[in-house]
Design a protein around this ligand. Structure first.
Ligand SMILES: Cc1ncc(COP(=O)(O)O)c(C=O)c1O
Length: 427
């Protein structure tokens, strides 16, 4: 077979991923993820650190190596076959991302390195252009550092003020307080769809409507939402939505900033360089159309293609099926882990997704993580890049188990046994 014949057609509407399976068949799904069959420290791997990064199905791994084996070329510049093909695949991935979050136009999908870069982009472009001295950025008390620090940098530069809407003891946003903080000086709201440290799902539609009634745009950090639930940016009516590929079974180093066309059009560019221009003279540069205005330099072509395949994988399994399965798993975990004497859950919101965070009487979370690791169980311990949440709950850290579509009730039971072992060691 020639190389050309092996490359999939770029305009193909057909999915490259064939995984027809209903009802939800977790054992088949597990077989799609090669790493899940490996041992760790002589034990079967129980991977419960999905909020940090998810594992990758074989189809994504294959797409990455296929790109480098058969399709590697730079995009948007070449007239030769490989460059045209790579460009087609790159733009196909953009369309997949567009449909995945139901954006109105592919041009509203800006490829970035991940959620962190997406938020920095908005802070440095929209923020710098629209937020001035004495004006305010409103975030919540449950944000990841990547939705705090970019706004602090902006506020320092502009002498603007960062306001923080509080959360209650369950880890839920206090909506009345939030609404009170939406004042005449508020220029943007930035908040998580799902909290990475607590699992809280924010009632976004309500929150966005509150902000819009006062003419304030809303940026949503969707890093912890997209692997777990259907996202429809048009139904939500959010102004910006950010997510990372690596948390939803795609490669590292690529993600998406969604923005409404009118906002993106009005924003100045983020970085300067190749691809983001339509013409350059020493006197003046004209910028490229959307989304390329925000994509300076050679993009991560393989990453975008891999993310597209990850989206196809999720589509094939069905995000609604994933959401329903994971809710059952989370209910099981909540019941099982919270009934262990000495365990206290941190984050008990009515609406949660993907995450169970806990502390254990008399044991530092780091020791929990170390002992669980000896059992082959990967959880995260620490402040989860959300130090203000730890301060809010008066604790230094938590242990966090976070789930994905390939986790099972047996994984949860292994975690519960592991916690009992921790208790034995510290008895
Ligand atoms: C809620 C949330 N926002 C933002 C991020 C940052 O994502 P990334 O490191 O992929 O840019 C994370 C990562 O853990 C997160 O959980």
């Amino acid at each position: 077979m020639t190389t050309a014949a092996k490359l999939p057609p770029t305009d193909s509407a057909n999915s490259q991923v064939q995984v027809e399976r209903k009802p939800f068949d977790v054992e088949r799904i597990r077989r799609d993820f090669p790493i899940l069959s490996r041992d760790v420290r002589g034990k079967k791997l129980v991977y419960l650190d999905n909020a940090a990064t998810s594992q990758k199905p074989q189809v994504v791994i294959d797409a990455l190596s296929r790109y480098y084996e058969e399709g590697n070329a730079n995009v948007h510049r070449g007239v030769h076959f490989l460059s045209e093909h790579a460009t087609g695949e790159h733009e196909r991935a953009r369309k997949l991302a567009q449909k995945f979050i139901r954006a109105a136009h592919a041009a509203e999908i800006v490829f970035v390195r991940g959620t962190t870069e997406a938020i920095n982009l908005v802070a440095q472009t929209y923020g710098r252009a629209n937020i001035g001295e004495g004006e305010e950025v409103l975030i919540t008390a449950m944000e990841h550092h990547s939705n705090i620090v970019p706004w602090q940098l902006l506020c320092d530069e502009k002498r603007a003020k960062l306001r923080v809407a509080p959360i209650n003891d369950n880890g839920e946003l206090m909506l009345a307080e939030f609404e009170r903080l939406l004042g005449p000086r508020t220029r943007i709201v930035a908040l998580a769809h799902v909290s990475n440290a607590l699992g809280t799902v924010n009632p976004l539609a309500k929150i966005i409507a509150m902000a819009h009634r006062k003419g304030i745009p809303v940026l949503v950090d969707g890093a912890q939402a997209v692997p777990h639930m259907k996202v429809d940016v048009q139904a939500l009516d959010c102004d910006f939505y950010a997510f990372s590929s690596h948390k939803m079974f795609g490669p590292l180093g690529i993600g998406v900033l969604y923005g409404k066309t009118a906002l993106l059009e009005a924003m100045p560019p983020y970085q300067g360089g190749g691809d983001m221009i339509s013409s350059v003279t020493f006197e003046k540069t004209l910028y490229n159309k959307l989304p390329f205005k925000f994509e300076a330099g050679t993009p991560d072509v393989s990453g975008a293609i891999g993310m597209g395949v990850a989206i196809e994988y999720i589509n094939q399994v069905g995000i609604e099926n994933i959401a329903a399965y994971e809710q059952e798993l989370l209910d099981h975990a909540t019941h099982k882990i919270s009934s262990i004497p000495g365990v206290r859950l941190i984050g008990t919101a009515k609406e949660r997704a993907g995450v169970i965070s806990f502390v254990l009487d008399g044991v530092h979370p780091h020791d929990i993580g170390t002992i669980l690791d000896q059992e082959g169980i990967a959880v995260r311990t620490g402040h989860h890049c959300a130090q203000p949440i730890m301060q809010r709950f008066g604790i230094p850290a938590t242990a966090r188990a976070s789930f994905a579509l390939y986790n099972t009730k047996e994984d949860v039971d292994a975690l519960a046994r592991g916690i009992l072992k921790v208790k034995e060691v510290f008895a």
